[in-house]
Design a protein around this ligand. Sequence first.
Ligand code: GTP
Ligand code: MG
Length: 535
Amino acid sequence: MLDHASNGPVLPPEIDRRRTFAIISHPDAGKTTLTEKFLLYGGAIQMAGQVRAKGEARRTRSDFMQMEKDRGISVSASAMSFEFKDFWFNLVDTPGHSDFSEDTYRTLTAVDAAVMVIDGAKGVESQTQKLFEVCRMRDMPILTFCNKMDRESRDTFEIIDEIQENLAIDVSPASWPIGVGRDFLGCYDMLNDRLELMDRADRNVISESIQINGLDDPKLAEHVPEDLLEKLLEEVEMARELLPKLDHQAMLDGTMTPIWFGSAINSFGVKELMDGIADFGPKPRVRPAVERDISPDEKKVSGFVFKVQANMDPKHRDRIAFVRLCSGHFKRGMKLIHVRTKKPMAIASPMLFLASDRELAEEAWAGDIIGIPNHGQLRIGDALTEGEILHFAGIPSFAPELLQSVRATDPMKSKHLDKALNQFAEEGAAKLFKPMIGSGWIIGVVGSLQFDVLASRIELEYGIPVRFEQTQFTSARWLTGPDEKVDSFINTNKGHMATDHDGDPVYMTRLQWDIDRVERDFPELNLTATKEIMV
Ligand SMILES: Nc1nc2c(ncn2[C@@H]2O[C@H](COP(=O)(O)OP(=O)(O)OP(=O)(O)O)[C@@H](O)[C@H]2O)c(=O)[nH]1
Ligand SMILES: [Mg+2]
């Protein structure tokens, strides 16, 4: 079955073994917990940390920001690479909360597949649906993990039906749960005819797997109580009749998703899911650029920045651009052309993100995610190539929906605040507007939690306590048009005008009426809710 699925061009072995994927879901379904267990099974860490760790207990690796640790939620996407069997996994744990979805959407431009986590008690939730739609637009292969089976969860058929109905995708069970909640024993592995039992006593060990010779093997009865066994046999028979068999090509096309059941916190079902990613997950895929499609096996290196993050390591005060390599074999010290400025850049200290540490990357291949430390030259959407002019399309920018003014509580620190705010604007963590009249800044975000993150980060990373305040403005629009028309509009509407952190003019509005008026009275001007990131 596997051999017939076309997964793009024949690739050099190092590229062929790469699997680059994001973990997505509604908040709290268990992405970060699952990520941690991936690292455990990949041998990258010896002991799994917890999302809500108390006291000296270990924290998860991917929730590294202070606010993530304090609140037990993910705020920012984090990338990690590790080996699993013969494969090299590049994984990105994303935040589930919709206030941070711009970051999650950008991450989806940089990966080849998504692991969609579903809470077994809750099924398809609002944010699952939204993220799924984004994957669908990109025809992205999706593997599904139904988590928290150790809790009271829904009937298995009901969960599968809900995914099929709500997301309009075929679902093929790769495993089948035995019992639920307190009675959850483990799963029957539908792909390999194995019985996988969950060890409740030790959450951090690799679970037992028992080879079974089909469903009539008497060995099953030794491990599964009679009532549960009867139910299992009945359900598996029904599932095999009613649900589609795993079709690898359909999965790669994004029209079918295999589903595994498990419990991330108990490390259960994780290994089977990882095997699934290795066996069925896509290899690095062809990337569309505006000029042409880029194939991963091309000799020349190309890549693009999908995320910028400052101060990841408070000791270093650094600024890292996360680059998805789209083609070629990258070597440390290589000179690449920064397409936006057409300037060469020697990449002297590229980083690989390993479980708890980063390491200098001596080399990397198409599919990999590497970090490039820089002083602000690299921005989201920027392309790096060996000379060709390429623009990678489709990196989303969201319109700010909430605006507040920000001030340092200590006026002596205003200058430092400017620097901090510009930094966050470059990260894409907020939009920054400088009103033409008056002092101070106006910050625009998509969701209110982003204000909390900013306040916390400005204080922790720059030592500046700040205050956010209401402003008279509710919305912002980028203003473009013929130069002299734009200039004369600015001159007569100074009270409404601001510049963004690139110096581009922005019209601040109080009511929809303001926008309607400009559109009616100045037909030669354009007001847009987002600014194209690509330059
Ligand atoms: N009972 C049970 N709880 C789990 C399981 N997996 C995760 N949890 C708990 O669910 C909560 C949320 O888990 P996270 O891993 O932070 O979820 P997340 O999807 O990363 O959340 P966000 O990043 O904020 O969207 C934590 O308290 C976990 O301990 C599981 O298999 N069973
Ligand atoms: Mg998380």
